[in-house]
Design a protein around this ligand. Sequence first.
Ligand SMILES: Cc1ncc(C[n+]2csc(CCOP(=O)(O)OP(=O)(O)O)c2C)c(N)n1
Length: 369
Amino acid sequence: MKHTDERPSAPALPTREPVRLVDRHGRRVGHSSFTAPDPARLVELHRAMLIGRRFNQQAGTLARQGRLAVYPSSTGQEAAQVGGVLALSDRDWLFPTYRDSVALVAHGVDPVQTLTLFRGDWHCGYDPHRYRCAPQCTPLATNASHAVGLTYAARRKGRDVAALAMMGDGATSEGDAHEAYNFAAVWNTPVVFLVQNNHWAISVPLRQQTAAPTLAHKAVGYGMKGYHVDGNDAAAVHAVVSHALAEARAGGGPALVEAVTYRVDAHTNADAPQRYRDPAEVEHWKERDPLIRSERLIRDEGLIGDAEETERVLAAFGAEADGIADTVRERLAGEDELDPRSLFTDVYATVPPLLEQERAALADELREV
Ligand SMILES: Cc1ncc(C[n+]2csc(CCOP(=O)(O)OP(=O)(O)O)c2C)c(N)n1
């Protein structure tokens, strides 16, 4: 008879030194367990990061102009977001937070629709089913249990679907994170929790957030694997998340990946970080900029081709990023006519009677004005 208290073996502890495959000078670093993606994928990661950097700048400008109600920039965090998202297959789902607009764009969500939420328009702006991307979640860590629920349901239906649930360092202190980690591990759902440790939860520094040696160590108590990764190294994030997703899909259980990165900009445009952090810290992290290292790697190793070809392709990436930013600017500068009745659409599959009455009352009111 099987003992009911038979326990699984403990997962290995994450390494204190983050997994790094490319250093801040763009030089490769050997690793015993992970190898960098192939050259084409490294170039693709750089392209997506460039688009993400430009997108962040444009969205920040729109927020300052009052075209967006708010924008949480992820400048400096592009490698963590792009590296993670490009590891998803086209069957998988993304569960992002408010910080993860660059992840959405890399995932293929329309860049204009990505920003609709921050304009204060109703609903999340895009069709979650079409993009296999849940709405950008503002209540911390609640998206994590949504990811567990979706993958649990998919498994029961025999569907091969994994999910990437994104969250910040601060979110890992939430009760919702605990519940999601626990259910994912107990139910063995194919979820990878990608924690972007950007060192700040608004004005709360990491040292006041947790006494854990790394955030990846938190995984072990739940019976999950935890990976501690240089989050400004797109190659490393991509390799580790790809590995964790493959293992989770094969029934090897969920995982938590801590990507160590830095929030270079303010928490949002409504924040004044100079009141709580030292500008020298920001400069320290700017020297570890994820785009600088990937560009150096591409140039030094000739991953695109000879010098002339490299210049041509990098310039084309820049032009593509500018083009996306132009479209976002033009489309969001206009005033969209919103139908107030759309408040009631896409909320319930079958509209409850009370809501139906409210919808009718609103329609009457609109007819009168
Ligand atoms: C449940 C909940 N509590 C509080 C907040 C307010 N809040 C918004 S962002 C934030 C900090 C989150 O920090 P972190 O998880 O590290 O993510 P980051 O913003 O740095 O990406 C807080 C406390 C919230 N959105 N949801």
